[in-house]
Design a protein around this ligand. Structure first.
Ligand SMILES: CC(C)(COP(=O)(O)OP(=O)(O)OC[C@H]1O[C@@H](n2cnc3c(N)ncnc32)[C@H](O)[C@@H]1OP(=O)(O)O)[C@@H](O)C(=O)NCCC(=O)NCCS
Length: 165
């Protein structure tokens, strides 16, 4: 039997689409590969059922495989990113930037003036991406993230003005 063909890591083959509760299982499976405290499918269903939710999923291949996601929430003129990630094999190809850009635009269209998020202070890839996008530090939550080894890491709260998006 011949070996399976290697996956072509070509970001042009990745499409973004709006996520719905029908994507909850694949979102949960993807989330579990990236985070120490994974969200299960029921959590995704709950967030995606909320009227203010906005979410994008990045997919490639045939059959389609989820390689990234971003889930946000709009309320009045504020928006927040609840979770965001790109699977390890597909990182550093511009997919995270595309997902973030899509959410920013959706939030701005929803009349949000600011986009907020929390990020661990030691998450360098995310911090570089957010800083290059224009997010600015608003505050710090001491020991907010508990790591499996038992140590705690501060969360930085960041915000981006959406006026110019
Ligand atoms: C953060 C994350 C979503 C970025 O996704 P990505 O698809 O790899 O990001 P992109 O390829 O779009 O990168 C955009 C820019 O971010 C910065 N960046 C991304 N990864 C980086 C890294 N490992 N080191 C330094 N800068 C990085 C770079 O400026 C990059 O642009 P460049 O490649 O032209 O230099 C991804 O690393 C991830 O899923 N991490 C694990 C989950 C997570 O931490 N989510 C965020 C929680 S707040």
């Amino acid at each position: 039997m011949s070996a399976p063909a290697p996956i072509e890591r070509n970001a042009k083959l990745v499409s973004l689409l709006w996520a719905t509760i029908d994507h909850a299982d694949e979102l949960a499976a993807c989330h579990a590969t990236l985070f120490d405290e994974p969200w299960d499918a029921a959590s995704f269903q709950q967030f995606l059922s909320h009227p203010g939710s906005v979410a994008l999923i990045a997919r490639q291949g045939n059959p389609q495989q989820t390689v990234g996601f971003i889930v946000g929430q709009l309320a009045a003129d504020e928006a927040e990113i609840l979770t965001f990630g790109v699977t390890k094999d597909w990182q550093r190809l511009g997919i995270g930037r595309r997902l973030l850009d899509g959410l920013q635009r959706a939030a701005a269209r929803g009349e949000a003036k600011k986009l907020h998020l929390e990020v661990a202070e030691d998450n360098l890839p995310a911090l570089v991406l957010y800083s290059r996008t224009g997010f600015q530090e608003q505050g710090r939550r001491k020991g907010y993230y508990k790591r499996p080894a038992g140590d705690a890491v501060d969360a930085l709260t960041l915000a981006l003005s959406l006026q110019a998006v």
